[in-house]
Write a protein that binds this ligand. Sequence first.
Ligand SMILES: CC(C)(COP(=O)(O)OP(=O)(O)OC[C@H]1O[C@@H](n2cnc3c(N)ncnc32)[C@H](O)[C@@H]1OP(=O)(O)O)[C@@H](O)C(=O)NCCC(=O)NCCS
Length: 348
Amino acid sequence: MNGIKITVLFGETTVEQQHECYTLAASAWGSYLDDDEVVAKEKYLRTQSLARDGGCRTWCLYRQDDHSQVISTCKTFRRDFLLGSTEGVSEAKGSCITSVFTALLYRGHGLASYMLQNVAQWLDGPGDVVVSMLYSGIPHFYENLGWTTLPNTEIILSNNPWLQDVLDIYADLKVRSLSDADIKELCAQDIGLLRADIQFTDINPKRSRLTILPKANLVRYQHAFADFMGDLLHFNAPQNRGAAYEDQARLYWYHDFRGRCLYIQRVHNAIQEEERGPDIIAALLLSAFRETKGWNFTQVATWDTSLDVRHALDKLVRQVSSRDPCWRATERKEYLYTGGAARRQWPT
Ligand SMILES: CC(C)(COP(=O)(O)OP(=O)(O)OC[C@H]1O[C@@H](n2cnc3c(N)ncnc32)[C@H](O)[C@@H]1OP(=O)(O)O)[C@@H](O)C(=O)NCCC(=O)NCCS
């Protein structure tokens, strides 16, 4: 750099480097928190079951002449997948890469690329990971490193003033709230249903079908993050984790306090009376909006863009069609990548 040669080393962070990594990453994503809060948040999240026992690892590049000087960092989280192929359905150990960051002064020298190549080697080797994924807004950076971009659609529903008038239109449908106590059992049920779904889906022999398993520890991790932020900003952690209609339909969510958005994590629909389906899902979506009201959030988002969800949205749109401003569902592209060993093992 500027004629000076700097040697960097790669490794999993030591306890001493951990703090440095947290504050580095905080400068990119955590500007809404001060340094102490970022460290407290990271320490709290590390106690969650998803992160324990190597479930979350922090990696870094640091200067050889001063190990406390971290230059680039990222995290890997264990993520479990279900893999469906013509040979059957099996669980696959995967990883999700997050918080990729290089200190401003050192950017553009190939450091993040070098770090990610080393992380990939670890994942492919000792990590024993068969597929890796990440979400990003800068696809070219990852494509240059050999990752594959997959389009991913998100529906964002804005919380408009007219909503207050329609919140009770499905008062006759008995919708109950979901709490922490429900999550473990519901996740187990959802995993069973996904397994059955993949098993009975015709799979093109040239393709594999990969699904992220909605394990309770993953769902709970997002809840734990929400609890930390709720406590910090409102002295109160969210209690409502979702809504259910009998045992036929449900959705669960987490609170994104930074984006003031309620993110729907999962929608389950096994409604027996088909013609009532859209009304029931619409009633559950209205429960989500009722929840946003309590926290002064501005939107609800879902990555479930199935026909069930779309029909329910159409239903709600019709309820307010005479009003202005009207409900708008906007779609946004995100990116999902598979890389690492997946590239070698599966053509698609
Ligand atoms: C993205 C980031 C990690 C790259 O770090 P780096 O050490 O400079 O990366 P490298 O030197 O290995 O690679 C730089 C390449 O990334 C590209 N890149 C960097 N930031 C980019 C951006 N915001 N959009 C598109 N491309 C970007 C550069 O154009 C360069 O490409 P080139 O080699 O073809 O010129 C760094 O810019 C950063 O920390 N950004 C802020 C946090 C962030 O956005 N992280 C990614 C979240 S998924």
